[in-house]
Design a protein. Structure first.
Length: 328
């Protein structure tokens, strides 16, 4: 590849069937150590609540464990869902992280709320909580700025420099532009919608103390293997879990690819499975390099954030090792 950009990792601590969530969290920390050794720029963790197949529910806590196990790679979140938390608490948590690991902490924030009504009730927030995202984001940035006029001084966040990113799937890019923050975006609604969102972000971006110019981080699932078929098989377990969540309302622990492919799916399950496995980048190193170059050139991305998950830990690590060899 020729595009001079950085490669980073987002790991969601997905649970494997028959394994404990604790094992998934420990695997995330081991993975971060390997990602640092391979030369990845950032290692981010995510926030999900009440999902059987996801162990990552407390990103600030998990980011602290990752930062403590590594020494150079930037560590952050993709992301903290701001509607679920008081901005003061988020600022304080990441102020502590930055104080303990200076110059290595990122804060990615999103506007999603709980997936189910029961989870939203347990969090104390409804769907309309996302409507206050712009207000919450401004409050969060104000806590980091920590001017003397602040009614409450967020300690030890006030005055620290923690890069803040806004996560979007298309909707939400306008918040990054208005606040003058870097944008992290995935093609959840398709590549054309992604292009429109990125173009709008660049057009409406307002320079700020946080960023002088637009900065786009493209999030994509990428699988690399010796053959294209082996790379595709790496994506199968999560594709089935995603299909199950669409049809049955539950994202389950990941199953081995062989068992998923041997499963007798009904029509709706099969349709959702095929939809879930489309849009990912997979293949041999040469095939992936060509496809990524085209995608990155298409939106002129500044960074690539890889979100690949799999049931076989060694195959997943092999994919990331092969991908690391493509880094410019």
């Amino acid at each position: 590849m020729t595009t001079p950009l950085r490669f980073s990792v987002l790991d969601r601590s997905l649970v494997l069937r028959g394994r404990s969530p604790a094992e998934s969290l420990r695997r995330t920390v081991r993975f971060a150590v390997e990602a640092e050794r391979l030369g990845y720029h950032r290692f981010w963790v995510a926030e999900h609540h009440g999902v059987p197949g996801v162990a990552g529910s407390a990103p600030a806590v998990l980011a602290a464990a990752v930062a403590g196990a590594t020494s150079r790679i930037r560590v952050g979140t993709g992301g903290v869902m701001l509607p679920n938390h008081p901005p003061l608490v988020v600022a304080e948590q990441f102020g502590v992280l930055e104080s303990l690991h200076p110059g290595r902490i990122d804060l990615g924030v999103g506007r999603s709320v709980g997936f189910t009504a029961a989870v939203r009730a347990a969090l104390g927030h409804g769907r309309d909580s996302a409507d206050r995202f712009a207000e919450q984001l401004a409050e969060l940035l104000g806590h980091f700025a920590g001017g003397p006029e602040a009614a409450v001084r967020a300690m030890p966040a006030a005055g620290t420099h923690v890069p803040v990113f806004v996560l979007a799937t298309g909707a939400g890019a306008e918040h990054a532009a208005a606040a003058g923050l870097p944008l992290v975006i995935a093609a959840v609604r398709g590549d054309e919608a992604l292009r429109r969102a990125v173009d709008g972000y660049r057009e409406h971006f307002r320079p700020s103390p946080w960023a002088e110019r637009p900065h786009v981080v493209l999030s994509r699932s990428v699988a690399v293997a010796e053959t294209s078929e082996r790379a595709r098989r790496l994506l199968v377990p999560e594709a089935w879990a995603t299909a199950s969540s669409c049809v049955h309302g539950v994202f389950p622990p990941l199953e081995p690819a062989d068992e998923v492919l041997a499963r007798s799916m009904d029509r709706r399950e099969a349709e959702q499975f095929e939809r879930a496995i489309r849009g990912h980048v997979h293949g041999t190193a040469a095939e992936v390099a060509d496809r990524l170059q085209a995608l990155l050139d298409d939106v002129a991305a500044d960074e690539l954030l890889i979100t690949t998950s799999g049931h076989d830990e060694e195959e997943l690590l092999d994919s990331y090792r092969r991908l690391a060899e493509l880094m410019p």
